[in-house]
Design a protein around this ligand. Structure first.
Ligand SMILES: [Mg+2]
Length: 309
């Protein structure tokens, strides 16, 4: 890749690590903690070809900074790095560039920053590496527009990809419907939907084949079950997002559920573990949510305490 990278990240440790990794790959990088310093550099006429902007910055969010930067450098390709941001900021970020969620490996991040935006052959190489006996899924995290998703879908189908997840921004139901009608592999959505009604809109418009309701995001067990039954009534698959410890039991209650997403992010703050036997997630046979919190560990990580009355 020609040109320099601009990195804007307030976390000094992460910023330093990314700079070190990029320079080790021979990539020129200018790193900043504050948006105001980036704008001053742009005023001086600095040139960058690609930007990595955290969304949670001091003084202005990363999406706003990207908009201002693009006014100077219209060809700048922007990648946003985020772990938490409000929906409005995320929507603007998705409209301006690619969003990568923390935590992310430095190797993957550097590869993304140093290769052409439209890489080809990555999924094919993974398929070749694991062979035909593995189910592979592709998760775009809402990164594509309709044209790009339509271009990719037949290639993924050809590789036997089990589903194409969040191909488009979640508010684009019409785009999902057009993609779902054209694609010959299943389209999966759900982790960015927050009510049974939002799922109903997708189902009514034929905008997805796989329903990925997240019990924590959709409001609990009752709305999750309503959504799962909605999917089942329309002969759609249920494959929930995250919180496997609880959703394994819910999946056991829903014939349309076939997959439990394995994301052991709670391991550090729980004393129980999801049981997997012969590749199958096993629902616990005791009452409760299936999550045993490790309260001393949670207390150790506490940064604030609020009482809501
Ligand atoms: Mg996903």
């Amino acid at each position: 890749m020609a040109g320099r990278v601009v990195l804007v990240e307030s976390d000094e440790q992460l910023r330093t690590s990314i700079v070190k990794a990029l320079r080790a790959r021979g990539v020129g990088v200018d790193a900043f903690a504050l948006p105001s310093d980036v704008l001053r550099a742009l005023d001086r006429g600095v040139q960058w070809s690609r930007g990595l902007f955290a969304l949670d910055l001091e003084g202005m969010d990363g999406a706003t900074l990207a908009s201002k930067s693009l006014a100077y450098l219209p060809e700048l390709e922007v990648i946003f790095l985020t772990g938490s941001a409000d929906a409005e900021v995320l929507c603007r970020a998705h409209a301006l560039g690619t969003v990568i969620w923390k935590p992310v490996g430095l190797g993957l991040l550097c590869e993304r920053l140093t290769t052409p935006a439209r890489r080809s052959g990555v999924v094919r190489k993974v398929r070749e590496a694991v062979g035909p006996g593995f189910e592979l899924m592709v998760d775009a995290n809402q990164a594509f527009n309709l044209g790009e998703a339509l271009r990719r879908a037949p290639r993924y189908a050809e590789l036997g990809i089990a589903w194409f997840e969040e191909p488009l921004p979640s508010e684009d139901i019409a785009g999902h419907a057009r993609l779902a009608a054209a694609a010959t592999l299943p389209i999966a959505v759900g982790e960015s939907l927050y009510s049974p009604g939002q799922f109903a809109a997708y189902v009514q418009q034929g905008a997805c084949h796989i329903v990925q309701a997240d019990v924590a995001r959709i409001g609990g067990i009752t709305p999750w079950l309503k959504t799962a039954h909605l999917a089942e009534a329309h002969n759609l698959m249920v494959a929930p997002h995250f919180l496997m410890e609880l959703q394994v039991s819910l999946c056991a209650a829903v014939p349309a559920a076939q997959w439990v997403e394995y994301i052991p992010q709670l391991d550090a703050v729980t004393t129980s573990r999801l049981l997997i036997a012969d590749g199958q997630a096993v629902a616990p046979d005791v009452p409760g949510l299936g999550i045993a919190w490790h309260w001393p560990e949670i207390e150790r990580r506490r940064v604030a305490f609020h009482t809501v009355s």
